[in-house]
Design a protein around this ligand. Structure first.
Ligand code: HEM
Length: 492
């Protein structure tokens, strides 16, 4: 009897302690079930997950920018107000526990890194993305763009083809050249093995998220998914470890050589890996595991993202002939009929091309959701979020906020050309996230993507139909089907 009273009292005390005294909570979405809450919304395939993200985005917008839901005992928030996104992003810098799922792969790299390590490492790594370093990459961006143009030649006049295969391989080679200082352009076997393993890892991460019982590390460790994960990690880590050991040996061999260009074997730029090795060997800033984690993060963060945006952008341009003609006119005014390399000055003149890229990322945000752990109560415009919970920021919803106007669902690159047609709020565009953990590779991405598109659209005319696209969430927003385009040669 005493034991029963003790249990009841303990539960009552626990319930009192865990009660939510926050009177200004965002409204809970309907449809919560006993015990599992809204976890049933996660069940289904990755197309279903994308549909859920879209539905919750609109629910959140309707409720004034934030809603609450629950996954079992865990309360989560969905934020879609741009100001609120920035508030959360800068108040709570720690990524949410869900990012732990990717830690066996990316460890304490910048995307998944815990706050204390992230603070130190981000400061150390920022110089690797300075404008001077990026300018040095322009030769690689041009070379790789020419390579893509050459590879696409095989598809001219042959009808619809999957251009994602081309943009992805090309972007992987580019990141290996610029970040690792390693040329994989002639090693397509390693290239496709790596790409497949990375793609499978993304599937595994999403599968785990959707099977909410596998959120428990213990249950996950017994699952078949974990076995599959271990096989993929072998391939992924083998590649980064091999590169690390080789580049480290090169670095130590050339240590006495003061000339950076010679150190990197005649390269005209300093690869990211060299900065890591310099900081590790000369200053003891990183151990081998940390270098590998940063390298893995840069490869993943740097190739799949840019390749996806390029794929969506080519599809959008192919779907809107008048946009394609405007791009061609802009390219003509900058390059005339010359097939020369793209320079730094050219990039700043490709204003319309940049508007098309931004508008594509607004309509198809390839990182549609980011998440933070709330380590304190956070006061938003209309609500207050409670500490200890998870906050999902839905970029898809942010990009459809009423501040974008009644034509928010339409693809209109022109909106980026006139400040009067853009939201006054500078954080209304969150394609690269926002705040202090904003994407470190944003400028790199714009430079490489603009260079690629400038080469491709000087040579080819593309047609496609983005309305046929069926999307899914594979961590990033990926197409399931309908992303095929056809190309024909332009007369230069
Ligand atoms: C169009 C291309 C790209 C897009 C749309 C993009 C988008 C993003 C987004 C949304 C985040 C925040 C992720 C989160 O909070 O969960 C992020 C972070 C990051 N991105 Fe990118 N990215 C792109 C290209 C790149 C490139 C080229 C690199 C490296 C070469 C890169 C490296 C990173 C890293 C290291 C982070 C973590 C930053 C931190 O937390 O300090 N990204 N990116």
């Amino acid at each position: 009897m005493l034991a029963v009273v003790f249990i009841i009292v303990t539960c009552a005390v626990w319930a009192w302690w865990a009660r939510n005294s926050n009177k200004n909570e965002p409204p809970a979405i309907p449809g919560g079930l006993p015990i599992i809450g809204h976890a049933h919304l996660l069940i289904g395939d990755s197309i279903q997950l994308w549909n859920t993200v879209k539905e919750l985005s609109y629910e959140s917008l309707k409720a004034g920018g934030a809603i609450a839901a629950s996954i079992g005992p865990r309360t989560i928030y969905v934020v879609t107000d741009p100001d609120d996104y920035l508030t959360v992003a800068n108040t709570c810098l720690q990524k949410d526990n869900f990012y732990e799922f990717a830690k066996p792969w990316l460890g304490e790299g910048l995307v998944t890194g815990d706050l204390p390590i992230w603070k130190v490492h981000r400061r150390l790594l920022n110089p690797a993305f300075s404008q001077v370093v990026l300018d040095g990459f322009l030769g690689v961006f041009n070379g790789q763009s020419r390579r893509l143009v050459r590879d696409l030649e095989a598809e001219v006049g042959k009808g619809p083809f999957d251009h994602w295969v081309y943009t992805r391989h090309n972007a992987l080679e580019t990141i290996c050249l610029t970040a690792l200082g390693v040329d994989f352009t002639d090693k397509s076997v390693l290239n496709s093995e790596y790409v497949n393993a990375a793609e499978q890892m993304f599937n595994i991460l999403v599968d785990r998220f959707q099977r909410f019982w596998l959120h428990s590390h213990w249950l996950y460790s017994w699952s078949g998914l974990r076995t599959k994960q271990d096989q993929c990690l072998k391939i992924l880590h083998n590649m980064s470890n091999t590169v690390l050991q080789k580049r480290k040996a090169d670095y130590l061999r050339n240590r006495d050589c003061k000339d950076v260009e010679q150190k990197t074997k005649g390269l005209k730029f300093k690869p990211f890996m060299d900065l890591l090795l310099e900081l590790a060997i000369e200053k003891g800033a990183f151990n081998d595991r940390e270098i590998r984690e940063h390298v893995d993060t840069m490869i993943v963060g740097g190739h799949d993202t840019s390749a996806s945006v390029l794929m969506y952008t080519m599809l959008m341009i192919g779907s809107y002939p008048q946009v394609q003609e405007k791009i061609f006119e802009e390219l003509n005014s900058v390059f005339g009929d010359e097939d020369r390399d793209v320079t730094k000055q050219d990039l700043s003149q490709l204003v319309y091309l940049e508007a098309v890229l931004k508008e594509t990322m607004r309509i198809y945000p390839i990182v549609p959701v980011t998440a933070r752990r709330l380590d304190r109560d956070v006061k938003l415009r209309n609500y207050t979020l409670t500490r200890g919970r998870t906050c999902f920021m839905f970029v898809y919803g942010v990009h459809r906020h009423p501040m974008w106007g009644p034509d928010a669902e339409e693809f209109k690159p022109e909106r980026w050309l006139d400040p009067a047609t853009l939201p006054e709020c500078p954080t209304a565009f969150a394609g690269f996230s926002m705040g202090r953990r904003i994407c470190i590779g944003k400028s790199y991405a714009y430079m490489s993507m603009k260079t690629t598109l400038a080469h491709v659209f000087r040579h080819y005319k593309v047609s496609g139909d983005h309305t046929k696209l069926v999307a899914k969430i594979d961590v990033m927003l990926k197409p399931v089907s309908g992303h095929y385009v056809t190309i024909e040669r332009r007369k230069m």
